[in-house]
Every structure is written in structure tokens, then in C-alpha cells.
Design a protein. Structure first.
Length: 187
């Protein structure tokens, strides 16, 4: 069984699979191509990525790839929890520049589907957080882009009172208005 919940930007969805448990623990199919297709999710995932953050307050994003390497991501948390964000960067979209978020954790056993045309970011909410995500296009350094995590025109309400830990790459992204975004809303 696959439970699908559409967020305020309906292309971004929360997905929850069933857990089967007993006194030994539990088992779940985190991905089943046929069950996902039955729910209308037909992406051909080609690569799995796994990240580890030692501390709470690590911010990764806001990332996207362009052209033939644009990616849909299916994100889940193996350990810990994250505040996960998707920003609509499709020119002409009625929700262009808007964002949605969800808490994704090992405990709530929820995944988030972030489609092509969205910038993606996450903030770790606890130490020793591990995130795994599927993508439907391979990584390509020349197509790897981003926008500022704190762009005031987007106004993401990150749940932190201290400056996040950022990679050097994530400190230099332009704001959405200054970026060379390569996505168009197709209705």
C-alpha cells in the first residue's frame, strides 16, 4: 500500500509505505515501481544518493540540475530528521517562487517527491542524520545549480535560530531573481 498526500503545491507529494512489524522489528517496501506507477508516479529512477550530517543545523540547498540532467528526487530519512523544502522555479507557474516543506524523519517513515523544476533543500534537525534519495537523472557537474537558501524574495521560514552550517558552494548561490533558471511551466 502507498499513501500519497499532495502538498499546497500539488506536484510535491508526501509518500508513506506500509510497515509490517512484529516483536523482532519491521519490514517495508520503500519503493515498488508498480505500486508507485499505480499511484501515478512513473519516474525512472537511475541513481541513489546517501548523505550523512554529523550535527543538527546542516543545511544542504537549494539545489537543482538543468537541461537533460534535471532531476526528480524521492527523499527519505534513514536516521534522524530533516526540514525538507521544495521551491517552484518553473517560469510561468502559478506557484513560481513559492515553497512547501515537510518534516521527514526515520520515525514518521514518510518520503517526499520533489519533481523537476523545483529547487530542493534540507536542514538537519538532529545529529547523525542520514538521508537517502533516488533521482531520475544522473549527476552532472556542469548542470548543477542552486539558489540562495535565505533568498528574501522566497522567504523560507527555516526552523532555526542559529546560522546553519553550509558548504562553500551553498554560500555563493544567487537569489532566484538573479539566477539563470532553465525551467518553464507547461501547465
Amino acid at each position: 500500500m502507498l499513501e500519497v498526500t499532495k502538498l499546497d503545491i500539488p506536484e510535491v507529494m508526501l509518500l508513506k509505505t506500509r510497515q509490517f512489524g512484529d516483536d523482532r522489528g519491521w519490514f517495508s517496501e520503500s519503493y515498488n515501481k508498480q505500486r508507485f506507477a499505480d499511484a501515478g508516479i512513473t519516474h525512472d529512477f537511475v541513481q541513489d544518493n546517501h548523505s550523512y550530517s554529523a550535527e543538527a543545523g546542516v543545511l544542504r540547498g537549494l539545489h537543482f540540475q538543468t537541461g537533460d540532467f534535471a532531476q526528480t528526487k524521492l527523499v527519505r530519512v534513514l536516521r534522524g530528521s530533516i526540514f525538507d523544502v521544495a521551491v517552484d522555479i518553473r517560469h510561468g507557474s502559478p506557484t513560481y517562487g513559492k515553497w512547501v516543506s515537510a518534516i521527514i524523519s526515520a520515525e514518521n517513515f514518510t518520503q517526499i517527491l520533489v519533481p523537476r523544476g523545483f529547487a530542493h533543500g534540507l536542514l538537519t534537525l538532529e545529529p547523525d542524520t542520514e538521508v537517502m534519495y533516488k533521482v531520475d537523472a544522473h549527476y552532472d557537474k556542469a548542470s548543477d545549480m542552486g539558489i540562495r537558501w535565505d533568498d528574501p524574495d522566497i522567504g523560507i521560514d527555516w526552523p532555526t535560530t542559529t546560522p546553519p552550517q553550509l558548504s562553500e558552494k551553498d554560500t555563493v548561490h544567487p537569489g532566484l531573481a538573479e539566477s539563470d533558471v532553465h525551467f518553464t511551466y507547461d501547465g
